[in-house]
Design a protein around this ligand. Sequence first.
Ligand code: ADP
Length: 433
Amino acid sequence: MKKLESGKMHFDIKPLDLLSLVEQAITANHAYGEQFGVTFQLTCTLPPVQVSADHNRLLQVLTNLLSNAAKFSAPASQVDVTITRSAEGMLRVAVIDHGSGIPEEFRSRIFQKFAQADASTTRQKGGTGLGLSISKAIIEKLGGRIGFETEINIGTTFYFDLPEHCQLPQSAPLNQPQMRVLICEDSPDVAMLLSLILKQAGFSTDIAYNADQAKQFLAQQHYDAMTVDLMLPGQDGISLIRELREQEVTRSLPVVVVSACPHEEAELSTGSLAIIDCLEKPINPERLMVAVQQAVLQTLGNKPRVLHIEDDLDVVQVVATILNGTAHVTSALSLQEALHQLSQQTFDLVILDLNLKDGMGMELIPYLNSQGSSPIPVVVFSAQEVSQEAFHQVTAALVKSRTSNQELLQTIQSLIRRRRTSESHPSPVRVLE
Ligand code: ADP
């Protein structure tokens, strides 16, 4: 707990298959459950999904939740374990018991250190009251959250949500020149790690080991974003950022702070330094990529953003080429990737293929309609005609084989214009070719 709190606990973050990890945890806790006559029943309806996490730490969390569920279950009952997606699109593991529930007066303290509902329970059931506080710290370090729902004499569900590990959109190199990120970090190991993560995400990187070197790099060439460690030898990170903000060329350079002192975060984000995000060490690769991507997107200026949801790479390439110069196109090759993109940034328009490898494109419509103040216009661009019902739900529908590149471009341009000029009153336009 001490190590976790001081940030000294080492996390070995890797993409992990969530289902196998949960299966492993259940197997490891099977014998413990047997002591109480409790069996674990796993249900997962998702396709294979991954999280970025430390294997042993996540196993530790699962073991805590499973053993608590067994301990506090009605004798000889079943504990259900489910893997689902939360309403926000996170991956959720829930452990559902049919036990005594958690007394109301104890609920607000349950994640505190050494908290237990009552001492006699402790004597009966064993335990230290540390498990849940450690689990909470681990899950939060992994960029997730932990929670519970409980009803007296009915049972308790403990769950945690973690962001899905997603490959970055494959479209990035198709339609963007390579973006350059300057890493300002004095520890060579951390700098190498940052560089590796960013290179994997398609950025090119340079490393400056102190503020002076960083300024030299910035004077020599253009960067789309920069990461800054706050504790640098010589001039510190904050004063470097402040200096950059005073100069014309670097005034609006997107900066992501990657630092060991998260307590400065609040002060920074409210400050006038225009920092995109503050990430604490150990570095969560997923969060770093998202933060730098967001930073870079800022520099793309005011171009309309189009999300192209399509699993045929040739069509992706063609549409990116047609729209080059008109819009900034992000492509998603599956529904899941589309949901991830939609959770990361806002779009002015969505181009949607109907048949995707993980489901029907139309499944996204309710989600798109619930985004922001006005629904995002949707152009269906698909091999088949849309049904009458679907037709009423989208803004335009174009059949691939019958639509010329020029028509596609014009339709998209006019929809983007409409969206921009009448944000609050989107008027549906239907074009059926
Ligand atoms: P420990 O189990 O070692 O006491 P935890 O931090 O894991 O420590 O749990 C703290 C307390 O929360 C438990 O002692 C118990 O009172 C309550 N608790 C945890 N999980 C459950 C559950 N599934 N049902 C009822 N009470 C629970």
